[in-house]
Design a protein around this ligand. Sequence first.
Ligand SMILES: Cc1ncc(COP(=O)(O)O)c(C=O)c1O
Length: 393
Amino acid sequence: MRDEMRAYLDAPFNRLGTHCEKWDGLERYFGRSDLIAMWVADMDFPTVPQVKQALVERAEHAIYGYTDNSEAEREAEAAWLLRRHGLRVEKEWMLYSPGVVDSLHFCVDALTAPGDGIVIQTPVYGPFFSSVSQFGRKIVESPLKRDGEAGWVMDYEDLERAFEGGVKMLLLCSPHNPIGRVWRREELQRLVDLANRYGVIVVADEIHAEFTFDGHRQTRILSLDGADRCVMLTSATKSFNLAGLRHSTIIVPDEKLRDALKEELARAHADMSNIFGSIAQTAAYTYGDEWMDAVVEYIRENRDYAVSFLREKLPEIGCRPQEGTYLMWLDFSALGMSHEAVMKMLVDEAHVAMNSGLFFGESGRGWFRLNLATQRANVTAALENLYKAIRSR
Ligand SMILES: Cc1ncc(COP(=O)(O)O)c(C=O)c1O
């Protein structure tokens, strides 16, 4: 990474008073504001300079009417997917939605029927549960299994049992939040082959796809053999720190599935983008390469630092270097405290705001999630605080 880029990412910031959930929301969510915010999955890094410039230029115009998603926007995303991921997608496969969680909702509502079973692999990002249950579909949990070498693996026998039982859809998290796996091509191919055998639609939430480390490359679901009935959810908002702009893409090669989703989006009046989201995404996919590489490197360094710190000074906290995402999944169960007592200790003694593992389902009890997409100084301070809080008990 160039020195200028490191300085850009490393510069101290103040997000207070910017309508920012992660820092301004501390009091509301944790009951006190004097915490280091290591929770909500956004980054404390300023976005790509050309994105800011494009937004400022558009803001100057002062008429913010309804949006026409341009060909340039589709071309920029298609070019990014080809350049960065070797994936070729047709522009007409792309639909826009306000967010990836919204897209999960739309897929569930449009492509399954009330009462249908839908598989989620737990522990998993909380809205996977509600996306299924709020539409009257049945959650079929297929727990991920602990595995010595890889950390966590899919349970194919369990998945096959669920598929045999007639489930209609699987919501895949790839890379997986919170356990941090970057699924290998063979793992995903096996999953898609199995899904095809039983006519199960795979909806892949690939919102964390840019954040992969140690030579692990994201396998885009649509690059697999027989993936023509898969749906891929992408978003520049996670990748480039634009979450407040609310914009994302649903990529659907199959015409029938695409038509059903188009109707769903139109019904929900959600098929028209936020103008700033569209503009930011186009600029990010056009100019964001160097910034993205630098951010991934910076986060990888934070991750390595956190892992060494924890292994050396707090070995009772279970951690492993995540292969992907900027989120570290930490096991506090060996402390012998209840989940609630750990949470209280984190907030009132360590003064660190982390996500409770219970947000990811009951199997997250005893676990907490640490967001590493912040300046190194914050990572250091949060870990030092944690160390002092635990050692002074
Ligand atoms: C796996 C996953 N999907 C979706 C989202 C949210 O996406 P959006 O803000 O586009 O709804 C997140 C945010 O943390 C996430 O981790």
